[in-house]
Design a protein around this ligand. Structure first.
Ligand SMILES: Cc1cc2nc3c(=O)[nH]c(=O)nc-3n(C[C@H](O)[C@H](O)[C@H](O)COP(=O)(O)O)c2cc1C
Length: 313
């Protein structure tokens, strides 16, 4: 793999928080940075410092991270970007990709893509004032891939540090395949550095994508790395020994960490199950593993099931 190629851990809200990112980086090499899940948008007046816990520098010393904001009010965005700058951050990312209906119906995330004039007026206000770099993570559109295609040339006028594109529409949520042709068209319509994101789940898929998009240098991987935490190391050709043990240590440390942080077994198991939605693929047959994990209602049962999974393979 070319030296300058970089892999970025995608934000997966509910999973890739600072505890996860720290332990993941300790156990699984290959990623050079991560994008944090978005900070819940609050107005400046109701902002509480605890919302920054996930991106406090002391909680992020293992893997460099870029914080992400979902705000669409320029003043609120600038306020929070200012706080992030005070914390030492040099970049903030604007989320224009979230497909969740609760978000899109408020014209946030990918729900803003059908309104290019609102995006441009936000940038007109934010870009001259912001003291740090600004990047964008987006989808091809909300209803139609022409939304981003028409917007991209207009984004050329702003000094964005990069644009991360997940090749799906917001209305698709996570259904269907990533639209590689749609991504290819976007590449031709922007002067900005473009990061590829979407369905990198194997080394083979990554190699295909690299051949198809030789100008892309930065790649973002989310669910593929949760299903196979060794994917980034394999892509980078790094040697990994005793995968089973490595994964078990990671799991056990994450479990202990959440057992301390979260209030009660329901929260703890709920949090671990969010990871298992993806990690089940590592323990085929995937559906059977998921059924076993999903059914666990007590810590004891969960621990027994996990032990048996790790001892089988
Ligand atoms: C449960 C879940 C939560 C996500 N949270 C975020 C988020 O907070 N910010 C964001 O930009 N993308 C978020 N994403 C999107 C991912 O970062 C990524 O763009 C998407 O999963 C496609 O990449 P992948 O196929 O490599 O996973 C989320 C995705 C999922 C499934």
């Amino acid at each position: 793999m070319a030296e300058q190629t970089e892999l970025i851990l995608a934000p997966i809200r509910g999973i890739t928080d600072c505890s996860f990112r720290t332990l993941f980086q300790r156990h699984f090499p290959g990623f050079s940075s991560a994008l944090a899940p978005f900070i819940n948008p609050q107005r400046r007046s109701s902002f509480q410092e605890k919302q920054l816990r996930d991106v406090l520098p002391e909680n992020n010393s293992a893997l460099p991270v870029v914080p992400q904001l979902l705000h669409t009010d320029p003043e609120d965005f600038l306020f929070l970007a200012g706080r992030l700058q005070e914390l030492g951050y040099r970049e903030v990312n604007w989320n224009l990709g979230c497909p969740a209906p609760m978000v899109t119906k408020k014209q946030k995330g990918s729900g803003l893509l059908p309104f290019p004039e609102k995006i441009l007026s936000f940038l007109d206000r934010v870009v001259p004032e912001i003291g740090i770099r600004l990047s964008i993570k987006t989808r091809l559109g909300y209803h139609d891939p022409r939304e981003l295609l028409h917007l991209l040339p207009q984004l050329d006028q702003y000094p964005l540090s990069e644009i991360i594109i997940h090749g799906r529409l917001g209305s698709q949520m996570y259904r269907g395949e990533t639209d590689r042709e749609g991504f290819a068209r976007c590449l031709q319509h922007s002067r900005h550095g473009i990061v590829y994101n979407g369905d990198i789940t194997t080394q083979e898929i990554f190699s295909e994508l690299q051949q198809q998009f030789p100008t892309v240098k930065r790649w973002m991987i989310g669910r593929g790395a949760l299903a196979d935490p060794f994917l980034a190391a394999d892509i980078r050709g790094m040697e990994v020994t005793d995968r089973q043990q490595c994964l078990k240590s990671f799991h056990d440390e994450l479990y202990s960490c959440y057992a301390e942080l979260l209030d009660g077994p329901a929260h703890l198991l709920g949090r671990m199950k969010q990871l298992w939605v993806h990690l089940c693929a590592f323990f085929p047959p995937e559906q059977k593993t998921w059924k076993m994990i999903k059914k666990c209602r007590t810590k004891e049962k969960y621990q027994r099931v996990v032990e048996s999974l790790f001892s089988q393979t």
